[in-house]
Design a protein around this ligand. Structure first.
Ligand SMILES: [Zn+2]
Length: 205
């Protein structure tokens, strides 16, 4: 019964997310800001424990939390009670392709999807697709990198342009020559880079 409810939720999030993919932005971080800054609370849906992904997300949060002087922290309350609109992370599945590993959506305080990356937002949700991780034989580190990347989206970091990757329309700024980013679209190569921490400090000075 619990699983069936999770699937419904997954479908609802996918439908909302498809509406937001084509929207544009003008920097390597989106112009929209979180109402409460970048100190977020990330609640793991019970699907995390069921599918064994709690350590992966713990490590992903630690990757960002260890960036010095960034004014960013990803906490992890074990309950939703008393936290208002916290961020939520889900494990799900889909069957529309084999290359969409995960997704992030921004919401208003009333729970509407914010599909313009230039608009302010209140909180975010992430979903990670267990069957796509499995189909691509993801290692532990590849899952952690994917989760680190999506956490970046929850605080407004965008995909930088990278030669050899198709820009998806939501960024126009290239990373400096020789720099790399955990925020490259579809990347499985990099952890949080100096470039990423510097973008973070620009967005949250
Ligand atoms: Zn992304």
């Amino acid at each position: 019964m619990k699983l069936a409810r999770s699937k419904w939720l997954t479908i609802a999030i996918i439908v909302s997310g498809l509406l937001s993919i084509s929207d544009g932005s003008y920097a390597n971080y989106w112009n929209g800001s979180r109402a409460a800054g970048a100190n977020t609370n990330v609640y793991y849906d019970s699907s995390f424990a069921s599918y064994g992904y709690t350590p992966h997300m713990d490590q992903a949060r630690a990757n960002w939390n260890s960036v010095g002087n960034s004014k960013v922290s990803f906490a992890h309350p074990l309950t939703t009670t008393g936290y208002g609109n916290l961020d939520k992370a889900y494990i799900g599945y889909h069957s529309f392709d084999t290359t969409t590993f995960a997704g992030t959506w921004h919401y208003s305080s009333s729970g509407s999807v914010i599909d313009n990356w230039s608009s302010n937002f209140d909180h975010a949700s992430m979903i990670f697709y267990d069957n796509i991780f499995a189909a691509n034989s993801f290692t532990y580190n590849q899952v952690v990198k994917t989760m680190t990347h999506e956490l970046g989206h929850t605080i407004g970091l965008a995909h930088p342009t990278q030669t050899g990757y198709t820009a998806d329309g939501d960024v126009t700024t290239a990373v400096p020559v020789g720099a790399f980013s955990v925020m490259y679209k579809g990347q499985l190569s990099y952890w949080v880079q100096t470039y990423d921490s510097s973008e973070l400090k620009k967005k949250y000075p």
